[in-house]
Design a protein. Structure first.
Length: 114
C-alpha cells in the first residue's frame, strides 16, 4: 500500500495516517484486509462515530485512508465507499463576534453576539 501512496504523491504523514486507518479497521474486524466485508466497514465507522465519539476530522482522515485502500490497492465495488462521508464541523473561532441582520416589518434589526 505504501508504494501506491507514494505513486499518488501523498506526503509521508498522510501515508502514515492512511496506513494507520487500514490497520485500525483490521484490528476492529479481527481479520486481514482482504477478508474485510462491506458490513465490517459500516459497523466500524458507526462504532467510531457513536461509541468512540471520534471527531469529524478524525473520521474523515480514517475514511479517506480506508477508501484509498479499497479503491487503489484492493479494488472493491462497494456502495458504502460512495455513501459514507464525514461531515465538516462548522465552528466559529474562539472569541469571535457574530453579526446578524434580522428582517423586521419596518426595517432590519442589527444584533451583535459574542
Amino acid at each position: 500500500m505504501r508504494e501506491s501512496l507514494q505513486l499518488n504523491g501523498l506526503s509521508p504523514k498522510t501515508q502514515d495516517a492512511y496506513l494507520r486507518a487500514v490497520r485500525l479497521l483490521c484490528d476492529f474486524a479481527g481479520c486481514a484486509p482482504d477478508q474485510i466485508t462491506e458490513d465490517h466497514l459500516r459497523r466500524y465507522f458507526l462504532h467510531r462515530r457513536n461509541v468512540s465519539r471520534w471527531s469529524p476530522s478524525t473520521l474523515r482522515i480514517r475514511f479517506y485512508g480506508v477508501r484509498f485502500f479499497f479503491e487503489h490497492v484492493l479494488p472493491r465495488d462497494w456502495t458504502s465507499l460512495s455513501l459514507l462521508d464525514a461531515c465538516r464541523e462548522q465552528r466559529l473561532p474562539a472569541g469571535s463576534v457574530c453579526f446578524f441582520w434580522l428582517a423586521q416589518p419596518f426595517g432590519f434589526l442589527y444584533l451583535q453576539i459574542g
